[in-house]
Ligand binder design. Sequence first.
Ligand code: NAD
Ligand code: IPM
Ligand code: MN
Length: 358
Amino acid sequence: MSKKVLILPGDGIGPEIVTEAENVLVAVNAKFNLGLEFDHGLVGGAGYDANGHPLPAETMEKARTADAILLGAVGGPKWDALEDREMRPEKGLLGLRSGLELFGNLRPAILYPQLADASSLKPEVVSGLDILIVRELTGGIYFGQPRGIRTLENGEREGYNTYVYRESEIRRIGKVAFEAAKKRGGKLCSVDKANVLEVTVLWREIMTEMAKDYPEVELSHMYVDNAAMQLVRAPKQFDVIVTGNMFGDILSDAAAMLTGSIGMLPSASLDKDNKGMYEPCHGSAPDIAGQGIANPLATILSAAMMLRYSLGENAAADAIEKAVSDVLDQNLRTPDIYSEGMTKVSTSEMGAAVVKAL
Ligand code: NAD
Ligand code: IPM
Ligand code: MN
């Protein structure tokens, strides 16, 4: 039976990195006889420019019927000045996440041993690093109502957002995190700001209650400011981290640097049935777009996550991850992970090397 993979390149470096990941998927499709069928769509600024909307109806329709989605990145200075905030490229991405109920965002930060020197931290601090950030993706302050910018009686303007989580939303992301911790190292750290914010008082209460159903998982709690510090001080103390939408966004960029580069961090965004969208954690990198120097590995590793989580093709996923490790063994490095003595390669050379290693 064939499986439909929808490819959404997006903006900036999005098309450059997605091309390489698609080439890798095409190669494993042939090698493992996976029966994947590829379709393409527009999202973000590309969607706005062509169809007047960052999430064109046609793209949403394709996304609903696809078995899995691979996305590059959206956004860029070209669209930052748009008067109507609903037309911003980022709204296209957020619309996909909420429209498809992709609440479970998995962001694994794994240090390939070959990149111990590429990290800005000392090798002994990061060597062997393998942590998983479970980020709630369709709620919290990103989606809470009311929100906006209003004018007060004295004529001054005020911006406001609402940080809200329902019990059911906390429970369903908690389940993803506890299940993941159970299969991994058995440690779960829930990150909140329960010393200040009521919404996370509830978050902490629910996580504590859920821990009773997971005796094999050791639950701890940490305030988000401390968690940011601990991630840089001693990241290997963590196994699985579970947190809300905004804290997870920030902590995952920090965790990315532990792996050498934001260009190494893949992600999966899953609904309750493990249907998912897969994308690198980084953005459209306007500062390097069009130069052919972006690291495609986060996107290629996201394709591997797609095969594992949504398509049930573990052997093909393993093969991609092994191929990535092989090209690092060959000392090939895009500029973001370059260190002395290595061979500097372009985006397409890196992608081609992964295909060859397969
Ligand atoms: P960014 O992640 O795009 O870039 C931050 C820095 O990391 C830049 O210096 C960039 O060159 C570098 N970088 C990112 N990916 C890289 C890669 N694969 N290889 C090498 N270097 C890489 O973050 P930003 O600059 O804050 O945001 C730029 C735009 O991207 C904004 O419009 C933002 O909204 C958007 N964005 C989109 C996503 C997404 O689509 N998932 C995620 C984050 C940011
Ligand atoms: C990410 C990005 C997005 C987020 C933006 C582009 C909406 O930063 O995927 O990490 O904040 O979730
Ligand atoms: Mn982010």
